[in-house]
Design a protein around this ligand. Structure first.
Ligand SMILES: [Zn+2]
Length: 137
């Protein structure tokens, strides 16, 4: 059983901030900022694209909104970033789907640097990707 499944089942402790029958949210024990929270589906699924249950899909989005509101209403932040790494090449560190909600504060030292791929930004490449996507429907 993976670490997050153990947390969801109660086998491992966590700083739980939100729980219903489909989703659990708890504080990240290696927080980037105070209030940094992880949101996970209770049932083990590795990646977002593996999530077939539409009820769980909806519950996850609801939890992301509810927990963000919790952080805001508690005065921990007004702004936040939501991240989810999916798969080996995305540096997913735990093989159980999870979303980070990271409070963002004025004068913080967090730098999330995502440079534009200049080749991919060319119009011919954008049109090529669009064509590939449309043909794969
Ligand atoms: Zn798991």
């Amino acid at each position: 059983m993976c670490t997050f499944c153990k947390i969801v089942s109660g086998e491992l402790p966590c700083y739980e901030v939100y729980k219903n029958k489909e989703v659990t949210a708890f504080l990240d024990i290696n927080p980037i900022a105070p209030g940094h929270t992880l949101v996970v589906p209770n049932k083990h699924v590795e990646k977002l694209d593996h999530l077939e249950n539409s009820s769980v899909r909806g519950a996850l989005m609801q939890a992301l909104i509810d927990v963000s509101n919790q952080l805001i209403n508690a005065g921990l932040c007004e702004d936040y970033t939501i991240l989810s790494d999916n798969g080996l090449h995305a540096d997913q560190d735990e093989p159980h789907l999870h979303f980070h909600i990271i409070p963002r504060l004025i004068d913080e030292e967090i730098k999330i640097y995502t440079p534009t791929n200049q080749e991919a930004a060319k119009e011919t490449e954008l049109l090529n990707v669009l064509d590939v996507l449309q043909r794969s429907k």
